[in-house]
Design a protein around this ligand. Structure first.
Ligand code: GDP
Ligand code: GDP
Length: 456
């Protein structure tokens, strides 16, 4: 049985449009039962390498206004009760309405896994609404455009993480997506974060050039979605939402200097985050807080140590910083460490190379066959401990998604696995599959290998 996903949201946010895009002509059945299930449409959806059943609760706006609220509620609750996961859709342009909050409450109370979609966000419009949607308490919104088919890759990644059983059984990822596809790559979204005075604005200028910055049509159009595109060695990059940009765009902002809260928003819209520190006083409290945030948010991370021109004992300094980094931030073991001098435009090529490298690692996909060969060897080397006399059983490992690499471990009593054993697995994955620096996630599922089940 394929997993079931329900699309939920108030009228007019684009639920039907999304349903049609994902299901196309493959509508399998329209349930004819009277009552709450009458309006529902169901079909088999395909998205990237995922297949699942999709349930749409749209069409309710035709109902009389008196009965609308009640019917929608019943409809929504019925759909949610059955679903394995929920796509909660809001209109990224219209902003939130009380109805959105009402539905969000219903969804949140069920405790089912939810993916929040800010629709109508084509061409980056609607990002304002997406920021607002953070407030719903349903996690990070994914900006999408159902009508134009944008953002669906991110949706696929999010779904794959929640529903590993939806992944095609015969999946065989290319080791490196960059090389696998020959379509032009999208710009890599980069954010630069760090303490005030680390040199973020100076660095932005050095990377992009003053002229470009002041004439960019995107700069300053809205307060929150400033972005600048530029190229480096033929690759497109997009710098998103940095304090430096905001300052250069002469936007009034009482928090001109980047605070941790500000950093969070920039981080959420970036793929790679450059944590810039002042090389003359690295690893201060706030640096570590920001870096920890980047890793917890699952972004690719690069560490820049700026004002390198002021560092006196340069030989050996990088190695020392790397050691310190592993000590302070073991979750990012192996992340790139680059010395830069924004003021003198030095170290910038190495920095860009590191950003590109971090992006590639973050996108890596490892085939299930390789993972399980590796897992077998790991288990032989160091089998999981017994808890209360019963041995914890690990059966199977698969990569549910990339960006960041996220794995699902199947077995019994996995939640009893001590943290030290989880670290053993994470570190092992890092070394065996060459995943330096990137956040690595392992989710634990009790039960059998889903692929065996599907094959009967
Ligand atoms: P539902 O009531 O939630 O099922 O919403 P519909 O799918 O019927 O869409 C409502 C309106 O929003 C329609 O006019 C759609 O054409 C429009 N719409 C849906 N998705 C998008 C989108 O991604 N961008 C834009 N601009 N409009 C959209
Ligand atoms: P932000 O607050 O992180 O945006 O930092 P700024 O870019 O405004 O830089 C803060 C101060 O550090 C300014 O006086 C810069 O001229 C100086 N600065 C920036 N980068 C460098 C560098 O590489 N070397 C030196 N010596 N000073 C720098």
């Amino acid at each position: 049985m394929l997993p079931l996903v329900a699309i939920v949201g108030r009228p007019n946010v684009g639920k039907s449009t999304l349903f049609n895009r994902l299901v196309g002509q493959r509508i399998a059945l329209v349930d004819d039962q009277p009552g709450v299930t009458r309006d529902r449409r169901e079909g088999e959806a395909r998205l990237a390498d995922l297949t699942f059943r999709l349930l749409d609760t749209a069409g309710l706006e035709d109902a009389g206004i008196e009965t609308l609220a009640g019917r929608m509620r019943a409809q929504t609750e019925a759909a949610i009760a059955e679903a394995d996961a929920i796509l909660f859709v809001v209109d990224g342009r219209a902003g939130l309405t009380p109805e959105d909050r009402h539905f969000a409450n219903i969804v949140r109370k069920t405790g089912k896994p939810v993916i929040l979609l800010a629709n109508k966000a084509e061409g980056r419009r609607g990002l304002e609404g997406a920021y607002e949607a953070f407030g719903l308490g349903l996690g990070d919104p994914i900006p999408v455009s159902a009508e134009h088919g944008e953002g669906l890759g991110d949706l696929a990644d999010a779904l794959a993480a929640l529903l590993p059983a939806a992944i095609e059984a015969e999946e065989d990822f290319a080791e490196d997506e960059e090389e696998a596809g020959d379509k032009p790559a999208k710009p890599i979204q980069v954010a630069i974060v760090g303490r005030p005075n680390a040199g973020k604005s100076t660095l932005v200028n050095a990377l992009i050039g003053e002229d470009r910055l002041l004439t960019s049509p995107e700069a300053g159009t809205t307060r929150d979605s400033i972005s600048i595109d530029w190229q480096w060695q033929g690759r497109d990059f997009r710098l998103v939402d940095t304090a430096g940009l905001r300052k250069r765009a002469k936007v009034q902002d009482k928090l001109e200097k980047l605070s941790v809260g500000d950093a969070l928003r920039a981080i959420r819209f970036a793929e790679v985050v450059l944590v810039l520190m002042d090389a003359t006083k690295p690893f201060e409290d706030q640096d570590l807080k920001i870096a920890d945030l980047v890793i917890r948010e699952g972004r690719a991370v690069v560490f820049g140590f700026n004002k390198w021109d002021l560092v006196e004992a340069k030989p050996g300094a990088i190695a020392k910083l790397r050691e310190e980094l592993d000590h302070w931030l073991p979750q990012a073991r192996g992340a790139a460490v680059v010395g830069t001098s924004a003021l003198h435009a030095e170290g910038l090529d190495r920095l860009m190379q590191a950003i590109l490298g971090a992006y590639k690692v973050w996108n890596k996909r490892i085939t299930t066959a390789k993972l399980n060969r590796w897992l077998e060897a790991m288990l032989e080397q160091h089998s999981p401990p017994a808890v209360a006399g019963r041995r914890i059983k690990i059966r199977y490992l698969t990569q549910a998604k990339a960006r960041p690499p996220t794995f699902v471990l199947f077995g019994n009593q996995l939640h009893e696995l001590p943290e030290s054993y989880m670290r053993f697995l994470v570190n092992g994955l890092r070394d065996a599959f060459d995943l330096p620096g990137t956040p690595i996630r392992i989710e634990r599922r009790t039960g059998d290998n889903p692929y065996d089940k599907r094959r009967g």
